[in-house]
Write a protein that binds this ligand. Sequence first.
Ligand code: FMN
Length: 209
Amino acid sequence: MKLHDMRRQYERNGLDERIMPEDPFSLFGLWFEEAVAAHAHEANAVVLATLSGSRPSARVVLLKEISEGGFVFFTNYESRKGKELKNNPFAAMLFYWPELERQVRIEGKVVRISREASEEYFNSRPERSRLSAIISPQSQPVGSREELENAAGQFLQSGRPLQMPDYWGGYKLIPDKVEFWQGRPDRLHDRVLYELVSENKWQRMRLAP
Ligand SMILES: Cc1cc2nc3c(=O)[nH]c(=O)nc-3n(C[C@H](O)[C@H](O)[C@H](O)COP(=O)(O)O)c2cc1C
């Protein structure tokens, strides 16, 4: 297969910056609903990029909430991403919904959500997911799969409650830039960037594709 020859025409939709909503959250909500309706595979899966010094790293996480002007995901605070966010709270998120020929790029500052809100979500997770979060020293080397399975088995046998550990919880990315990208024919795509210019005031501009 020659990658050079892989080429699709994008012709589903368009974007007009003159008639778009004032803030990016309502448009994001609409696009998200449309992605779900189009049966996008794991529509809430998002690439999260963080920084260690000047070296970026990226991984997928699941968006679990859009609340108070931010995008919430859950993870281990001592993971690689957790350590990177501690040193540098700025991050980027990227959604790609190929079914709709759409991409959304989000940038901003990441803060931890409250422990109560994290606990509420943690306690709503299936028992086995809670167990894995407790016993997995995320991003650390482990000797083998058995080591993890044994740790899970031992925890269960100990009868200890599946409580959220201190090293686990939610983060909220509070955006100051959100760019909506809609694929168009002949690579003349639509891009509209929302930029936060003062509190709650977003300015939008078209970018060249
Ligand atoms: C579809 C998908 C969803 C994922 N969701 C999460 C998630 O919500 N939270 C999380 O910590 N890791 C999630 N992961 C695993 C991360 O991509 C990553 O392996 C893990 O968080 C460790 O990353 P780090 O070492 O950079 O901290 C997911 C992976 C995939 C492929």
